[in-house]
Design a protein around this ligand. Structure first.
Ligand code: SF4
Length: 364
């Protein structure tokens, strides 16, 4: 059982003392063999899009009252979902599970136009908590399809975000899951071709796929700006710095969180001797610490900081009390709340406009 089930989604100030250092300082101060320390990645945890989506559900519960229906997990994190459920959110798979006329929130991963239409047909009131950076990819898909391009959408088939983006232009889109598919995918007109991607992929693997595609289709166009979002890139960059010095990396995040799973892969690829993903501190296995001096810790973009603090407390109990925060970027991105909710908050005199990156700002 999770030990953290009673903790709120809102994140308290970190309680484990740590020093903040640049990656270069950390490397220069490498401990003698046997010294135990934690290398804590920054940025980590909540991104602006997740923060916005979670606040949207919290505010909807506050201003409309329970139940508030949410299509799919609002963000891919067990703790966040169970905490919101306790407050009155009801998570459903599809809009046809929502009673006619009720309020439903679309998750941060986005929805296809077919889902919006089905909600309209059922007279549902909707709040769209799709991350603006996912919406950006949707708009690109619509624009390039209208201009009669074919879209190679790099992403994981079946992931909600990919389903939503694909649904914008299904006739003009082919999903490319991996390098093997990039080697075999067939297109009608190689001169009217653009690649787009899911926002939470491995930066390196995506570029490998793009390179394969470009070799086969030299006129392949790039998206107007990066589709892999700042939060995914920053969290991967931070763990890349830590991994070569880590005997073990612990990634806090859920199994269905694409960017959390990618962090485990990136850590191993960049030299961590072992890497494991956990939802909660109590999933950490004592056997992982055998012969381990340095433990890297990070968390996916849907993970509240309270769960990382639980892991740090447990590591301190195992003798890893020295925490060096490895800072590779500062994040201060804010997204305003969904427009449907902003209007309601204004009416109610609630001054909340938007928050972002809760839990990602390095503590000082
Ligand atoms: S991971 Fe990126 S795309 Fe996804 S919600 Fe966060 S900021 Fe938005």
């Amino acid at each position: 059982m999770p030990t953290t089930s009673a903790a709120p989604v809102s994140v308290p100030m970190p309680t484990v003392p740590r020093r903040r250092r640049s990656p270069e300082e950390i490397a220069a101060a490498a401990p003698v063999a046997g010294d135990k320390r934690v290398l804590l990645a920054a940025p980590r945890g909540y991104c602006a899009g997740v923060d916005r989506a979670v606040i949207a559900v919290e505010k909807a519960l506050e201003h409309y009252g329970a139940p508030v229906y949410v299509r799919k997990q609002i963000v891919h994190n067990k703790h966040v979902v169970s905490t919101l459920e306790e407050r009155g959110a009801v998570f459903v798979e599809e809009t046809d599970e929502v009673p006619e006329g009720a309020l439903v929130i679309f998750s941060a991963h986005g929805v296809s136009p077919a889902v919006v239409q089905s909600a309209e047909e059922r007279n549902l009131r909707t709040i769209d908590a799709t991350c603006p950076l996912v919406t950006k990819v949707h708009r690109e898909a619509v624009r390039f399809a209208k201009a009669e391009n074919h879209i190679l959408l790099i992403g994981h088939e079946g992931h909600e975000e990919v389903e939503g983006t694909f649904g914008e232009a299904p006739e003009s889109t082919t999903i490319v899951n991996n390098p093997a598919e990039a080697r075999t995918v067939e297109v009608q007109d190689p001169d009217r071709l653009i690649w787009l991607s899911q926002t939470t992929l491995s930066v390196d693997e995506t570029m490998e796929i793009v390179n394969i595609l470009r070799e086969r289709f030299p006129n392949l166009q790039d998206p107007p700006s990066d589709d892999i979002c700042y939060a995914t890139s920053n969290r991967q960059a931070a763990i890349k710095k830590i991994a070569p010095q880590a005997d073990l990396v612990v990634v806090v995040g859920s199994a269905n969180s694409s960017n959390s799973v990618r962090l485990v892969e990136v850590a191993l690829e960049y030299g961590a001797k072992a890497a494991h993903r956990v939802d909660f501190a109590n999933e950490i296995d004592e056997a992982w610490f055998e012969g381990v001096a340095s433990v890297g810790v990070t968390s996916g973009a849907s993970v509240p900081e309270v769960l990382v603090q639980d892991v740090l407390r447990l590591l301190a109990e195992y003798g890893y009390a020295q925490v060096d925060e490895v800072v590779t970027a500062e994040e201060d991105i804010l997204f305003s709340l969904p427009k449907e909710l902003r209007a309601k908050l204004k009416e109610a005199g609630d001054g909340t406009r938007g928050l972002g990156g809760r839990g990602t700002r390095p503590s000082s």
